[in-house]
Ligand binder design. Structure first.
Ligand SMILES: [Zn+2]
Ligand SMILES: [Zn+2]
Length: 251
Protein backbone atom coordinates (compact mmCIF):
# COMPACT_ATOMS: atom_id res chain seq x y z
CA UNK A 1 0.00 0.00 0.00
CA UNK A 2 1.50 3.35 -0.99
CA UNK A 3 1.07 6.74 0.69
CA UNK A 4 -1.71 7.77 -1.69
CA UNK A 5 -3.80 4.69 -0.80
CA UNK A 6 -3.12 5.24 2.90
CA UNK A 7 -4.27 8.86 2.55
CA UNK A 8 -7.48 7.88 0.71
CA UNK A 9 -8.05 5.02 3.17
CA UNK A 10 -7.83 7.45 6.07
CA UNK A 11 -10.39 9.75 4.44
CA UNK A 12 -12.94 7.07 3.59
CA UNK A 13 -14.60 5.38 6.53
CA UNK A 14 -14.88 1.63 6.29
CA UNK A 15 -17.46 -0.64 7.88
CA UNK A 16 -17.08 -3.53 10.25
CA UNK A 17 -17.71 -6.67 8.20
CA UNK A 18 -19.61 -8.25 11.10
CA UNK A 19 -21.83 -5.54 12.63
CA UNK A 20 -21.75 -3.12 9.67
CA UNK A 21 -20.91 -0.18 11.94
CA UNK A 22 -19.12 2.64 10.09
CA UNK A 23 -15.57 3.06 11.35
CA UNK A 24 -12.00 3.10 10.09
CA UNK A 25 -11.08 -0.61 10.28
CA UNK A 26 -12.76 -3.57 8.58
CA UNK A 27 -13.58 -5.15 11.95
CA UNK A 28 -14.50 -3.20 15.07
CA UNK A 29 -13.06 -3.66 18.56
CA UNK A 30 -16.37 -4.81 20.07
CA UNK A 31 -16.81 -7.62 17.50
CA UNK A 32 -13.23 -8.69 18.12
CA UNK A 33 -13.83 -8.64 21.87
CA UNK A 34 -16.99 -10.74 21.48
CA UNK A 35 -15.14 -13.30 19.38
CA UNK A 36 -12.33 -13.41 21.95
CA UNK A 37 -14.88 -14.08 24.69
CA UNK A 38 -16.60 -16.81 22.64
CA UNK A 39 -13.25 -18.45 21.92
CA UNK A 40 -12.44 -18.60 25.64
CA UNK A 41 -15.79 -20.23 26.37
CA UNK A 42 -15.81 -22.60 23.41
CA UNK A 43 -16.72 -26.19 24.01
CA UNK A 44 -13.77 -28.56 23.87
CA UNK A 45 -12.74 -29.49 20.36
CA UNK A 46 -10.75 -32.41 18.96
CA UNK A 47 -7.13 -31.22 18.75
CA UNK A 48 -6.69 -33.15 15.52
CA UNK A 49 -9.71 -32.16 13.40
CA UNK A 50 -11.21 -29.27 15.39
CA UNK A 51 -14.67 -30.85 15.68
CA UNK A 52 -16.63 -30.08 18.84
CA UNK A 53 -16.44 -32.98 21.29
CA UNK A 54 -19.71 -34.51 22.55
CA UNK A 55 -21.13 -33.21 25.81
CA UNK A 56 -23.64 -34.45 28.34
CA UNK A 57 -26.00 -31.95 30.04
CA UNK A 58 -23.69 -31.47 33.04
CA UNK A 59 -20.30 -32.59 31.97
CA UNK A 60 -17.98 -32.13 29.05
CA UNK A 61 -16.74 -35.52 27.91
CA UNK A 62 -13.10 -35.05 27.25
CA UNK A 63 -10.08 -33.05 28.26
CA UNK A 64 -7.68 -30.66 26.53
CA UNK A 65 -5.60 -32.61 24.04
CA UNK A 66 -8.35 -35.11 23.38
CA UNK A 67 -9.25 -36.46 19.96
CA UNK A 68 -12.66 -37.38 18.61
CA UNK A 69 -13.52 -41.04 18.00
CA UNK A 70 -13.12 -40.70 14.27
CA UNK A 71 -9.58 -39.30 14.60
CA UNK A 72 -8.71 -42.12 17.03
CA UNK A 73 -10.18 -44.85 14.82
CA UNK A 74 -9.06 -43.45 11.47
CA UNK A 75 -6.27 -40.93 12.10
CA UNK A 76 -6.10 -38.33 9.33
CA UNK A 77 -2.81 -37.37 7.68
CA UNK A 78 -2.71 -33.98 9.41
CA UNK A 79 -1.61 -33.70 13.05
CA UNK A 80 -3.47 -30.72 14.50
CA UNK A 81 -6.21 -28.25 13.58
CA UNK A 82 -6.98 -24.84 14.98
CA UNK A 83 -10.38 -23.49 13.96
CA UNK A 84 -11.18 -19.88 14.76
CA UNK A 85 -14.97 -20.14 14.99
CA UNK A 86 -17.96 -22.23 13.89
CA UNK A 87 -19.28 -21.81 10.34
CA UNK A 88 -22.34 -19.81 11.40
CA UNK A 89 -23.81 -16.36 11.82
CA UNK A 90 -22.07 -13.22 10.62
CA UNK A 91 -18.72 -14.90 10.12
CA UNK A 92 -20.31 -17.37 7.71
CA UNK A 93 -21.94 -14.46 5.88
CA UNK A 94 -18.57 -12.66 5.75
CA UNK A 95 -16.87 -15.67 4.12
CA UNK A 96 -19.74 -16.01 1.64
CA UNK A 97 -19.55 -12.30 0.79
CA UNK A 98 -15.85 -12.73 0.08
CA UNK A 99 -16.16 -15.88 -2.02
CA UNK A 100 -19.42 -15.44 -3.89
CA UNK A 101 -19.87 -11.65 -4.02
CA UNK A 102 -16.15 -11.02 -4.59
CA UNK A 103 -15.94 -8.46 -1.79
CA UNK A 104 -12.21 -8.44 -1.12
CA UNK A 105 -12.47 -6.06 1.85
CA UNK A 106 -13.91 -9.05 3.72
CA UNK A 107 -10.55 -10.83 3.37
CA UNK A 108 -8.83 -7.94 5.14
CA UNK A 109 -11.51 -7.96 7.84
CA UNK A 110 -11.26 -11.73 8.38
CA UNK A 111 -7.45 -11.53 8.54
CA UNK A 112 -7.80 -8.68 11.06
CA UNK A 113 -9.96 -10.92 13.26
CA UNK A 114 -7.45 -13.74 12.96
CA UNK A 115 -4.60 -11.41 13.89
CA UNK A 116 -6.54 -10.07 16.86
CA UNK A 117 -7.09 -13.54 18.26
CA UNK A 118 -3.96 -15.37 17.21
CA UNK A 119 -0.95 -13.07 16.84
CA UNK A 120 0.19 -13.23 20.45
CA UNK A 121 0.19 -17.07 20.42
CA UNK A 122 2.32 -17.43 17.30
CA UNK A 123 5.74 -16.91 18.89
CA UNK A 124 5.34 -20.24 20.68
CA UNK A 125 4.96 -22.19 17.43
CA UNK A 126 7.98 -23.97 15.96
CA UNK A 127 9.30 -22.70 12.58
CA UNK A 128 7.01 -23.68 9.72
CA UNK A 129 5.98 -22.91 6.17
CA UNK A 130 2.45 -21.60 5.73
CA UNK A 131 0.60 -22.77 2.61
CA UNK A 132 -2.86 -21.49 1.62
CA UNK A 133 -5.11 -24.18 0.10
CA UNK A 134 -4.98 -23.45 -3.64
CA UNK A 135 -7.73 -23.28 -6.25
CA UNK A 136 -7.45 -24.97 -9.63
CA UNK A 137 -6.64 -22.72 -12.62
CA UNK A 138 -10.25 -23.05 -13.78
CA UNK A 139 -11.69 -22.03 -10.42
CA UNK A 140 -9.19 -19.20 -10.08
CA UNK A 141 -10.19 -17.86 -13.51
CA UNK A 142 -13.86 -18.09 -12.56
CA UNK A 143 -13.57 -16.38 -9.14
CA UNK A 144 -10.67 -14.08 -9.97
CA UNK A 145 -8.82 -14.70 -6.70
CA UNK A 146 -8.05 -17.37 -4.13
CA UNK A 147 -9.88 -16.42 -0.93
CA UNK A 148 -7.37 -18.31 1.25
CA UNK A 149 -4.45 -16.37 -0.20
CA UNK A 150 -6.34 -13.08 0.08
CA UNK A 151 -6.72 -13.73 3.82
CA UNK A 152 -3.23 -15.17 4.39
CA UNK A 153 -1.50 -12.21 2.78
CA UNK A 154 -3.00 -9.93 5.44
CA UNK A 155 -1.96 -12.08 8.40
CA UNK A 156 0.62 -10.70 10.80
CA UNK A 157 3.19 -13.44 11.21
CA UNK A 158 6.47 -13.74 13.08
CA UNK A 159 9.60 -14.30 10.96
CA UNK A 160 9.81 -18.01 11.72
CA UNK A 161 6.50 -18.63 9.92
CA UNK A 162 7.14 -18.21 6.19
CA UNK A 163 4.34 -17.98 3.67
CA UNK A 164 4.69 -19.95 0.42
CA UNK A 165 1.69 -18.96 -1.71
CA UNK A 166 2.48 -20.80 -4.95
CA UNK A 167 3.99 -24.09 -3.86
CA UNK A 168 0.90 -26.22 -3.50
CA UNK A 169 -1.08 -26.74 -6.72
CA UNK A 170 -4.51 -28.14 -7.41
CA UNK A 171 -5.91 -29.92 -10.46
CA UNK A 172 -9.48 -29.26 -11.54
CA UNK A 173 -12.09 -31.74 -10.32
CA UNK A 174 -15.50 -32.19 -11.92
CA UNK A 175 -16.99 -33.75 -8.78
CA UNK A 176 -18.93 -31.26 -6.70
CA UNK A 177 -17.67 -31.88 -3.17
CA UNK A 178 -20.82 -30.74 -1.40
CA UNK A 179 -23.11 -33.20 -3.14
CA UNK A 180 -20.70 -36.13 -3.40
CA UNK A 181 -20.71 -39.04 -0.97
CA UNK A 182 -17.67 -39.66 1.18
CA UNK A 183 -16.09 -42.37 -0.99
CA UNK A 184 -16.73 -40.42 -4.18
CA UNK A 185 -15.23 -37.31 -2.60
CA UNK A 186 -12.14 -39.14 -1.42
CA UNK A 187 -11.58 -40.68 -4.86
CA UNK A 188 -11.99 -37.27 -6.48
CA UNK A 189 -9.51 -35.72 -4.05
CA UNK A 190 -6.81 -38.32 -4.44
CA UNK A 191 -4.21 -36.91 -6.83
CA UNK A 192 -5.83 -33.48 -6.85
CA UNK A 193 -3.02 -31.70 -5.00
CA UNK A 194 0.60 -31.73 -6.13
CA UNK A 195 3.77 -29.67 -6.18
CA UNK A 196 6.91 -29.47 -8.25
CA UNK A 197 9.93 -31.59 -7.25
CA UNK A 198 12.03 -28.54 -6.26
CA UNK A 199 9.37 -27.61 -3.73
CA UNK A 200 9.33 -31.15 -2.40
CA UNK A 201 13.02 -30.68 -1.54
CA UNK A 202 12.26 -27.41 0.22
CA UNK A 203 9.52 -28.94 2.35
CA UNK A 204 11.19 -32.24 3.24
CA UNK A 205 11.65 -32.63 7.02
CA UNK A 206 9.86 -29.32 7.61
CA UNK A 207 6.71 -28.45 9.54
CA UNK A 208 3.86 -27.02 7.47
CA UNK A 209 0.75 -25.05 8.33
CA UNK A 210 -2.10 -25.30 5.82
CA UNK A 211 -4.62 -22.46 5.77
CA UNK A 212 -8.22 -23.03 4.66
CA UNK A 213 -11.21 -20.72 4.97
CA UNK A 214 -13.79 -23.41 5.75
CA UNK A 215 -13.41 -27.02 6.93
CA UNK A 216 -16.46 -29.19 6.42
CA UNK A 217 -15.62 -32.88 6.26
CA UNK A 218 -11.86 -32.48 6.49
CA UNK A 219 -11.39 -34.46 3.25
CA UNK A 220 -9.69 -31.60 1.40
CA UNK A 221 -7.23 -30.86 4.20
CA UNK A 222 -6.60 -34.58 4.60
CA UNK A 223 -5.76 -34.88 0.90
CA UNK A 224 -3.37 -31.91 1.19
CA UNK A 225 -1.72 -33.37 4.29
CA UNK A 226 -1.33 -36.76 2.62
CA UNK A 227 0.59 -35.23 -0.29
CA UNK A 228 2.77 -33.23 2.10
CA UNK A 229 3.57 -36.25 4.29
CA UNK A 230 4.25 -38.40 1.20
CA UNK A 231 6.95 -35.86 0.33
CA UNK A 232 8.64 -35.90 3.71
CA UNK A 233 6.88 -33.10 5.61
CA UNK A 234 7.02 -34.25 9.22
CA UNK A 235 4.21 -32.23 10.81
CA UNK A 236 1.04 -30.72 9.35
CA UNK A 237 -1.08 -28.27 11.29
CA UNK A 238 -4.30 -26.82 9.86
CA UNK A 239 -5.41 -23.26 10.41
CA UNK A 240 -9.07 -23.00 9.60
CA UNK A 241 -11.15 -19.89 9.76
CA UNK A 242 -14.57 -21.54 10.16
CA UNK A 243 -15.46 -25.14 11.05
CA UNK A 244 -18.80 -26.73 10.17
CA UNK A 245 -20.23 -29.46 12.39
CA UNK A 246 -19.43 -32.94 11.13
CA UNK A 247 -21.80 -34.09 8.39
CA UNK A 248 -23.74 -37.31 8.75
CA UNK A 249 -22.02 -38.66 5.62
CA UNK A 250 -18.74 -38.44 7.54
CA UNK A 251 -19.68 -40.83 10.33
ZN1 LIG B 1 -18.30 -4.86 14.49
ZN1 LIG C 1 -11.13 -35.31 15.37
Amino acid sequence: MNNFHRFIGALLPSRCILCNRAQAATTCESCLELLRYQKQHDKLACVCCGIELPTTPNKILGSPGQRCLECINTPPSFDLSFCLAPYAGQLKTAVQQLKYQRRLAYATGLAHLWNGLMSKHLDQLPPAYLLPVPLSHQKLAERGFNQCWEIVKHLTLPKHLKVLPNVLRRRHSKVKQISAGRLERQQALSGLFYFEPRHAELLAQQAVIVFDDVMTTGSTLNAVARVLKDHGVYHVRNWVLLRTPRQLTDV
